[in-house]
Design a binder for this molecule. Sequence first.
Ligand SMILES: [Zn+2]
Ligand SMILES: [Zn+2]
Length: 139
Amino acid sequence: MALKYSKQRQAIWEFLQDRTDHPTADVVYNSVRKDYPNLSLGTVYRNLMLLRDIGKVRTVDVGDGIIHFDPQVREHNHFICSECGRILDIGGLDTDRILADAATNFSGKIEGFTVNFHGICADCLKGKQKAPADDVASR
Ligand SMILES: [Zn+2]
Ligand SMILES: [Zn+2]
């Protein structure tokens, strides 16, 4: 099937372009269908996968069984907040070195890797310090 220009795909791409929160297909669908009421979730999903195949977005697997979409295709890794579930970008890792280290202990050919960091994001840390409501309630 030939790649034909699609206004819907363009709208999906424009929605994703400046997102840094790694939305799921559902989130993209709920937003883009405001302008395209005939759009189905399946169409959104197919277009997202197509955008990934042509290198416009990448998919992120953070182990929750849901595919997240990321307009940042440059090499980077992710941090998942255990409090609010947000996925944040972490850059600046020496990925060449990590690959080289892994290759020294492995006889096959390593072509890439994924690292997910876990913890509590800055906003949740701040919130915890400001409102110790849980502590009061449990006493
Ligand atoms: Zn958080
Ligand atoms: Zn990302």
